[in-house]
Design a protein around this ligand. Structure first.
Ligand code: ZN
Length: 336
């Protein structure tokens, strides 16, 4: 093996850490309970300990080029800080990057988790043959990431690509961000469960109602299973997911005319339940999509909207990729 990077994916339940070499070979993956509730300092200490153990193990094989850390929330890339994160309240306005760099004496890049996932799919997944792409991650919330010319588009401060807060219904359901009708309120796992509850409240489904009696079993996956069995109200929930995605992705096609839009995260495994409504809506909302859809111009030239390939590892691989790209750009600059 050659030089390598360490990627960190800090989720709501797990803290995952992977050492990946520059040929994309996974050297080792660690999964620790994130125990976010024990506070920022506990999580950072556990993370640094695990990184040190990997560094010690692989120190004779190659150089550690840097560490990429994907975290949920709004990131100020310049300051290396989490500006706001519902999952990590005590991380707000704390110099995370500088603190971890100080502890480990290694270059650290702090990145939004959905941006990291976009980079992972660009490097090794559905977007690997494309230089420009957009990614949506449909999880507890909806995240997004934009890649232009092979690099993440950060906007002015690092907060670009929040595709989950793209408005799809002007006066729709209230969103945690303070707005209403964001895509996240119709295409996340949380939204699937809420929309199923709304169907129950309207008296539309005894099947969903029965399912809801077991709180632990009432999940986007079990609602999807009902949809696959043909239960009309459950099918309708996923058609709503597809319609909202069609409005969101269609608007992005209108704005950016990118060659590929990748849809990942847990809810993307319900693809067959929401994709038909999504494609139908995209053709309606975006004449650019209607003109460039693969069934009209062929797969090679068409606008691709497709499922992600790396599953829950996208963010981990993407985070590990970030210091490598920095390394390349520094090398290039050095040569000039
Ligand atoms: Zn929102």
């Amino acid at each position: 093996m050659g030089d390598y990077c360490i990627g960190v994916d800090l989720g709501g339940t797990n803290l995952r850490i992977a050492a990946v070499d520059s040929d994309s070979k996974l050297l080792e993956k660690l999964t620790l309970g994130a125990e976010v509730s024990r506070g920022r300092d506990f999580v950072i200490t556990e993370m640094c300990k695990a990184i040190e153990s990997l560094r010690t193990k692989y120190q004779s094989s190659g150089a550690l080029l840097g560490i990429g850390i994907g975290v949920p929330g709004f990131i100020d890339m310049v300051a290396g800080m989490v500006m706001d994160s519902p999952n990590l309240p005590d991380w707000k306005s704390y110099p995370v990057r500088d603190e971890i760099e100080r502890r480990l004496s290694t270059k650290v890049i702090l990145e939004n988790d959905a941006n990291s996932a976009a980079m992972g799919e660009k490097w090794l997944g559905a977007g690997r043959q494309f230089e420009h792409m957009a990614m949506y991650t449909l999880g507890t919330g909806v995240g997004g990431g934009l890649i232009f010319n092979g690099s993440l588009w950060h906007g002015m401060t690092g907060m670009a690509g929040e595709l989950g807060h793209f408005n799809v219904y002007a006066d729709g359901h209230p969103c945690g961000c303070g707005s209403r009708g964001c895509l996240e309120q119709y295409a996340s796992a949380t939204a699937v469960v809420r929309m199923a509850r709304e169907a129950i409240a309207r008296g539309e489904s005894t099947e969903l109602e029965k399912l809801s009696h077991d709180e632990g079993q009432f999940t986007s996956r079990s609602i999807y299973n009902l949809a696959v069995q043909g239960e009309p109200a459950a099918k309708k929930v996923f058609e709503n997911v597809g319609r909202a995605l069609g409005i969101g992705v269609g608007s992005m096609v209108n704005a950016l005319n990118l060659p590929i839009y990748v849809i990942g995260g847990g809810v993307s495994s319900a693809w067959d339940a929401f994709a038909p409504a999504m494609f139908e809506e995209m053709k309606f909302r975006s004449s650019i999509y209607a003109l460039t859809s693969p069934d009209r111009v062929g797969h090679e030239k068409g606008t691709i909207v497709t499922r992600a390939m790396l599953g829950s590892d996208a963010g981990l691989y993407g985070a590990a990729r970030l210091p490598m790209l920095l390394g390349f750009s520094q090398t290039e600059t050095g040569r000039q």
